[in-house]
Design a protein around this ligand. Structure first.
Ligand code: FES
Length: 100
């Protein structure tokens, strides 16, 4: 997680390819770099398991955790469902460049 021009960005690699997303979970703003899992082309927040596709930021699953009802449903309704912002990123001369 890094600050770029006042924005918090999470930069990572998946299967050797760089990706850059907004750094904070769309559900309750948890920093995704703090325990988030990247798997199967998605990033999953460690708090309530909200999952977005890295390719386009589309929402895959919204706050399904905790699974024990009714808490999961209540936690999910604390904010509106949103996609994750994805930024174009490239490596150039040993530097990682993120475009806003
Ligand atoms: S803060 Fe990320 S899923 Fe709730």
């Amino acid at each position: 997680m890094v600050a770029v021009k006042g924005k918090m960005v999470m930069v990572g690699r998946q299967d050797g390819a760089l990706f850059a997303t907004e750094a904070l979970c769309r559900h309750m703003r948890w920093p995704l770099a703090w325990g988030g899992k990247v798997k199967d082309g998605c990033v999953r927040c460690p708090l309530h398991q909200t999952t977005h596709k890295i390719e386009d930021g589309s929402l895959q699953e919204w706050a399904p955790f905790p699974l024990f009802p009714p808490f999961g449903k209540v936690v999910g309704k604390l904010s509106r469902q949103k996609d994750l912002t994805i930024y174009p990123v490239r490596e150039n001369d040993g530097m990682i460049q993120v475009e806003f």
